[in-house]
Design a binder for this molecule. Structure first.
Ligand SMILES: Cc1ncc(COP(=O)(O)O)c(C=O)c1O
Length: 408
């Protein structure tokens, strides 16, 4: 078992044949766009303009995806970093007001809602701090019945390949304030019908390629985004091959071991050069697919909870002292990966080997250099964020997608 989203091949095929096979429309204030990072960059730029053009101080946790920090920088604002609590992988409430920020990005990771979500939202309202939920890895979880993404001014979900709901790539921006004018988003270009179709084909190709018997490398370990698979079809339907990813894949099957390092370097160099967050809307076919899957995910939440409890019991029976987050009692979590924190490198390797013996691929989310990169890009010293660094070093993501898998 590996980190792969649930893809509905039947629905994809139907939409590829006929764009009207399923027509789903977003609700008011829900915008489906090319990526969450693009939406964040655009939104932070808009907020900055609205507040007179001066760079805003944007609070965000150090343990987060590097593209979030990039979006803050590229929108001309300044990141103010916070460390995380290892019981819920978000910044503790007490740390958030210090120092004062103009915007707070509250990150909910791995399906775990921030236990003080509602209180934080009301403090932000009282202090005139704009609250943005980064729920890219947490869709549909709630605290005391209040769903993540509903109490903030704006919320973001990602639809990338390893996210709770995938549309191959993409993002969802929710405007809870209702102050983004529809036309501000509809001015963004929409892909051509051919490109819209090609995106669905990409998802289909990714779905097939990422089956373990076809593609043995674990993409999360390789630092290669799923949105750049080994092969893909361009907008004209021509097959493209990623040389760098092919090199990395080759190293996993032992074919090109000597060039492993070169492959990884090339991959990193290319990642660095990737244009971050085009402002483009999602095409109608892919939007219909995404909206249908979003709806379905909401209904499957209980299954995720059960699957997580099963996985946790199995791990605990073998490794009683690993740290698995214990979210607040009142939290209703949605899971698709479970973060497991080990005591040291030795225990980490033992857990990974045990998982592998059961055909489960553990992986890390963001390697240490992503987190140190985040910290240094904000002009801070890594030592100020000990939990973020420890988690980046010793955490393993365990895939939890369905309850059957853990039945051994
Ligand atoms: C916590 C978090 N925020 C933001 C993003 C960016 O999402 P996207 O890839 O859709 O731009 C990601 C994606 O990995 C993420 O994990």
């Amino acid at each position: 078992m590996r980190h792969r989203p649930m893809v509905d091949v039947g629905l994809l095929t139907a939409l590829l044949r006929d764009p009207r096979a399923v027509v789903a429309l977003p609700r008011p204030g829900q915008y489906l766009v090319e990526s969450a990072r693009g939406a964040l960059r655009w939104l932070l730029g808009l907020l900055r303009t609205r507040r007179g053009g001066k760079p805003l101080r944007v609070g965000v946790q150090a343990f987060t995806c590097r593209v979030t920090l990039q979006a803050i920088g590229q929108s001309g604002n300044r990141a103010v970093l916070h460390d995380i609590d290892t019981d819920y992988y978000s910044a503790p409430r007490g740390a958030l007001g210090d120092p004062d920020v103009d915007v707070l990005i509250l990150t909910h990771l791995y399906g775990i809602p921030h236990p003080d979500y509602v209180e934080i939202a009301s403090v932000c309202r009282a202090k005139d701090i704009i609250l943005i939920d980064d729920a890219c890895l947490t869709r549909g979880s709630s605290i005391d019945g209040i769903e993540v993404g509903t109490q903030s001014d704006y919320a973001l979900h990602s639809l990338g390949f390893d996210k709770p709901v995938s549309a191959y790539a993409g993002g969802e921006l929710l405007d809870n304030r209702g102050d983004i004018r529809e036309t501000q988003i509809t001015e963004w270009p929409e892909p051509s019908a051919a490109a819209d179709k090609a995106d669905l084909v990409r998802l289909l190709v990714c779905e097939h390629l990422s089956e373990p018997q076809r593609y043995r490398a674990n993409a999360m370990d390789l630092l290669v985004p799923w949105s750049r698979p080994l092969f893909w079809l361009n907008a004209r339907g021509v097959l493209q091959v990623s040389l760098t990813k092919a090199l990395c894949a080759g190293t996993r099957i032992g074919a090109f071991r000597p060039i492993e390092r070169t492959g990884r370097r090339l991959t990193r160099a290319r990642l660095g050069k990737r244009p971050v967050g085009r402002f483009q809307r999602m095409g109608p076919r892919r939007r219909s697919y995404a909206l249908t899957m979003i709806e379905r995910h909401a209904r499957a939440r209980q299954i995720h909870q059960r699957a997580k409890r099963q996985a946790e019991a199995k791990i605990r029976s073998k490794f009683p002292d690993v740290h698995i987050p214990s979210p607040a009692q009142k939290a209703d979590c949605s899971w698709h990966r479970m973060p497991v924190l080990t005591a040291d490198d030795h225990q980490r390797s033992a857990l990974l080997a045990w998982l592998r013996s059961h055909d489960i691929e553990g992986s890390c989310s963001w390697p240490l250099d992503v987190i140190t990169g985040n910290v240094t890009s904000a002009g801070e010293r890594p030592q100020r964020f000990p939990n973020s660094l420890r988690v980046a070093q010793l955490m393993i993501n365990v895939p939890v997608w369905s309850e059957k898998i853990w039945d051994f």
